[in-house]
Design a protein around this ligand. Structure first.
Ligand code: AMP
Ligand code: GLY
Length: 428
């Protein structure tokens, strides 16, 4: 049977999803912004907010969708998967209850503690800001300060890294968050493992390292992710295969404790001298990490989706074995004061051997405009990270004026500094 897929979301991640399924199905897409990359691949597009469950269900029924994929966490939190599932349209993405693994960081930590999931930090949750401030004062270890709700990856402050104790207290007093998680700060190297999950089955993909800080050399505020790289195998150059396996075991334990989970489970880990620890789980592909992973996935994504829906074992995944480097071009001032509504130029002819993924841009009659988030990404594939980086860097010729890029991502010096950092922590 030929499938009709509804894709919800208009970012770089969803452009990568669209690219991975478009040739194997009839594709309809919905998002609040008009992403020209998705629109070009889709058979139809509707401007619908990613959280507007009723409108999404109506559209899905109208186009005869047989499957749906929800890209962004905002839609999962709003119950888009619940509503589409209830309308008989199997949705690859968890229902709101299971999505709490991402959308509620207090739940996420309590869930880990109750189910003895390895890699959980020492933590406490607070509804009372002054009690949280007292805990910070009394703590003799560095803490990560996390709002419990969604903040687009920008709400966490780490004591001893971005702030001191006074700065952390001033931050939570000024922001008025309803609930705060305070947890042990992990020191190490971060990596992401994304897995396809359905009916307790889990299929993992190569580890990716994202770069959250806005500026080169890991300076500046946290962003949604400025770019990322992956290696030719499953682990990154600073990891061993045992590190990767330890992360997979944590994800398996998580899925075993959440039997109704379906969709992508994204594990964000800190590789410490004591092995991988969980920074967070997300209930969807990473952005940018989806753009590293889907281009090297050789198993048709549609086969994973139909197996999940039909209650079959998920297929074993095949990958091309290429390294990847992804670099985002973001509006000036992103993330603190992004220059949204600026007209930008993207020259598709200049991407060369790279892949171009449009992200949070809006296509209007007279051209392409920025929004408050990342504008577009380029991805290079190659036999080595260095070769992939060169392809990505050349593809950035597509970027017109007014955009900012972290050119250091995937370059040999930065990758080597990760290897050196891990070796130092491990006392090698
Ligand atoms: P999150 O939104 O949970 O991904 O956190 C954003 C960033 O804060 C992460 O990518 C880490 O760099 C940092 N972070 C979060 N939790 C911790 C932790 N327990 N220890 C050290 N860094 C952390
Ligand atoms: N790259 C971080 C995220 O998708 O949350």
């Amino acid at each position: 049977m030929s499938e009709t897929i509804l894709l919800v979301g208009g970012g770089g991640r969803e452009h990568a999803i669209a690219r991975a399924v478009a040739s194997d199905c009839t594709l309809y897409a919905c998002a609040s912004n008009r992403n020209p990359g998705i629109i070009a691949l889709a058979d139809g597009f509707a401007s619908i907010d990613e959280t507007d469950t009723d409108a999404l269900v109506d559209f899905a029924k109208r186009v005869g969708a047989t499957l749906a994929i929800v890209g962004p966490e905002s839609g999962l939190q709003a119950g888009v998967a619940d509503a589409l599932d209830a309308a008989g349209i199997y949705t690859f993405g968890p229902q709101a209850e299971e999505a709490r693994i991402e959308t509620d960081k207090a739940f996420q930590r309590q869930f880990m503690r109750e189910n003895n999931i390895p890699g959980c930090p020492v933590f406490e949750t607070f509804d009372d800001i002054e009690a949280a401030c007292d805990y910070i004062d009394d703590s003799d270890i560095d803490l990560a300060v996390k709002p419990a709700g969604l903040t687009g990856g920008k709400g966490v402050k780490v004591i001893g890294d971005q702030v001191d104790k006074e700065g952390a207290k001033a931050y939570i007093r000024s922001e008025n968050y309803e609930r705060i998680v305070l947890e042990e700060r992990f020191v190490g190297e971060e990596f992401t493992v994304q897995a396809f999950v359905a009916d307790g089955d889990l299929r993992t993909t190569p580890a990716v390292q994202d770069h959250k800080r806005a500026y080169e050399g890991d300076e500046g505020p946290n962003t949604g992710g400025m770019g990322s790289y992956s290696h030719t195998g499953f682990e990154l150059p600073f990891m061993t295969s045992a590190d990767y396996e330890a992360a997979v075991e944590i994800m398996e334990a998580t899925v075993a404790a959440l039997p109704a989970y379906k969709g992508i489970l994204y594990g964000q880990f800190m590789l410490t001298s004591d092995g991988p620890k969980v920074i967070e789980f997300n209930a969807r592909f990473g952005d940018p990490e989806a753009m590293n992973t889907l281009p090297v996935l050789e198993t048709p994504f549609i086969d994973v989706l139909t197996a999940a829906r039909d209650g079959e074992n998920l297929p074993e995944l095949e990958f091309s074995g290429e390294a990847t480097v992804c670099k985002y071009a973001v509006p000036a001032g992103y993330p603190t004061d992004p220059d949204s509504g600026a007209k930008i130029a993207v020259d598709e002819e200049s991407v060369g051997d790279g892949l171009l993924f449009y992200a949070s841009v809006d296509e209007r009659d007279d051209g392409l405009y920025t929004t408050t988030s990342r504008s577009f990404a380029v991805v290079g594939l190659g036999e080595t990270i260095a070769a992939a980086e060169t392809v990505a860097e050349n593809a950035l010729a597509a970027a017109g004026d007014g955009l900012r890029i972290r050119h250091d991502i995937g370059k040999a010096t930065l990758v080597q500094s990760r290897i050196d950092h891990m070796a130092e922590l491990r006392g090698e």
